[in-house]
Design a protein around this ligand. Structure first.
Ligand code: SF4
Length: 468
């Protein structure tokens, strides 16, 4: 076998392990977010095959984020607008037809002409990001309207002015922190799409130097995930209870497969097995790990099989923490069967901070029947419980994006990781115990005495719960 690129040879076969990915490379700018990284776009037979960061570009210096790489998807999305659309139905009815550019421009000319002939000041003209503000003003003054504005006046220039007046400096397009001498870095409310790659590059260096990094942000961003001051431990209602995992080793290939499964649905050409490569994933530990993905297009996913198998295989204990708990007949029967086999079942669900009350009502409609079979149910009190963790017999852990509801296990695109790993299961069980300390157990006697309106609401939601 001859491996081109490595020089090693074997009789009989020719395998080119480094085939050229393209026959042309164009240098341009990524517009997938406001960061504007430099990119090199590889084309083969005139079609985009691959996007890489441009190492010579001052903004990103070769770094490309996942969104940037997904630029191919945007380019070839079937939903991409390629021609002007004209509304043909009532406003709001979403009825349009494609028209030619000549017709679109003639329509604009006719409308603008009418305004200009009567009173040009009736036109308010605004241009969005990356348009020349000078041209905006020039065009508006030629038209005869003083009512014009551009992106800078709404966003970036204000941001820069606020920075100068408050902390004495600005950021992003208008300036940079003193990365080199920074000893303590505080990031207030930064959107992920502004200065994204440059910020991440420098944050990486700060972390390597041991600089303390604090992220203060009303939304959950990746920046907070690497902060030294982590304020997300479900201490109050603003901090959701979640569990995050890092997966290493061959199981990563399973996660990639799940990603590719979706990626290829967008356009089969987006993955070319003759070109696209993923790095090897050496074995990283001793856990036996399987990655299981849901697939909405088949209508019956492997996640459904996994969930039912685990419920049926449990011998001594099942612990389930899930954000959304809605049972179909099969899931309910599996849980009750397990309880009748003397499996101790504890279910931890969101309490007063459930983010979807109607889903919670669907869950509550099941409490009575489950508790009759000795299943214990707990409601987490401090905040929304969003973790999806199941442990089986203290030896197996099932974690991922799937909740215990028909939607998750059957229809949605989900991916779970199952690990036969005693230590991991013990760790998750210990966390489960901690969570129970902050939860209220549903007492069967008290639950039976719940208000009549509550029962009515549970019954009202039942006919549609299969949609949750
Ligand atoms: S941060 Fe990512 S999406 Fe934004 S411009 Fe750069 S590569 Fe594109």
């Amino acid at each position: 076998m001859t491996r081109k690129g490595t020089g090693s040879s074997d009789e009989g076969h020719d395998v080119d392990t480094s085939p050229p990915v393209s026959d042309r490379v164009e240098t341009t700018t990524c517009y997938m977010c406001a960061c504007r990284c430099g990119i090199k776009v590889h084309l083969k037979d005139g079609r985009i095959r691959y996007i890489e960061g441009n190492r010579d570009h001052p903004v990103n210096r070769g770094v490309l984020c996942a969104k940037g790489a997904a630029g191919i998807m945007q380019h070839y999305a079937p939903a991409r607008l390629t021609r002007p659309l004209k509304r043909v139905g009532e406003r709001g009815a979403c009825e349009f037809r494609e028209i030619e550019w000549a017709e679109a421009l003639a329509t604009a000319e006719e409308w603008l002409g009418r305004i200009r002939a009567s009173d040009p000041k009736r036109l308010a003209f605004f241009t969005g990001r990356d348009q020349s503000q000078a041209l905006t003003g020039w065009w508006a003054s030629q038209f005869g309207t003083p009512n014009y504005a551009a992106h800078g006046g709404f966003c970036s220039v204000n941001m820069a002015a606020a920075g100068v007046y408050t902390i004495g400096g600005s950021f992003w397009e208008f300036g940079e922190p003193d990365w080199e001498h920074t000893r303590y870095f505080m990031l207030f409310g930064c959107a992920e799409d502004h200065a994204s790659n440059p910020l991440k590059i420098e944050l990486g260096k700060l972390k390597q130097r041991g600089v303390k990094f604090v992220s203060i942000n009303p939304v959950r961003t990746g920046y907070s995930a690497i902060a030294d001051e982590w304020l997300g431990d479900a201490r109050d209602a603003t901090e959701w209870r979640d569990t995050h995992f890092r997966v290493r080793g061959p199981a990563v290939d399973g996660l990639r497969a799940a990603f590719l499964d979706n990626w290829i649905e967008t356009d089969p050409e987006l993955y070319d097995a003759s070109i696209d490569r993923f790095p090897e994933q050496p074995v990283a530990g001793t856990s036996v790990v399987q990655c299981v993905r849901g697939a909405s297009e088949t209508g019956r996913s492997d996640v459904a099989t996994l969930t039912r198998s685990l419920l049926n295989l449990a011998r001594s204990r099942l612990r389930i923490a899930t954000a959304y708990f809605v049972l179909d007949d099969e899931l309910r029967a599996s849980l009750i069967d397990a309880a009748e086999r003397n499996v101790r079942i504890e279910i931890l669900l969101p309490g007063p901070h459930a983010d979807k009350r109607f889903v919670q009502l669907a869950a509550e409609g099941e409490y009575e029947r489950l508790m009759e079979h000795g299943i214990t149910i707990w409601n987490f009190q401090p905040t929304m419980l969003h973790a999806k963790v199941m442990t089986v017999d203290g030896a197996l852990a099932n974690v991922g994006s799937a909740n215990l509801n028909p939607r998750s296990v059957t229809w949605d695109e989900e991916v779970n990781v199952v690990a036969i790993d005693h230590d991991l299961a013990q760790l998750l069980d210990a966390q489960f115990d901690d969570d129970l300390e902050r939860s209220v157990r549903i007492e069967p006697g008290r639950w039976q005495r719940r208000a009549a309106w509550h029962r009515v609401a549970e019954r009202a939601i039942a006919p549609v719960k299969r949609l949750f």
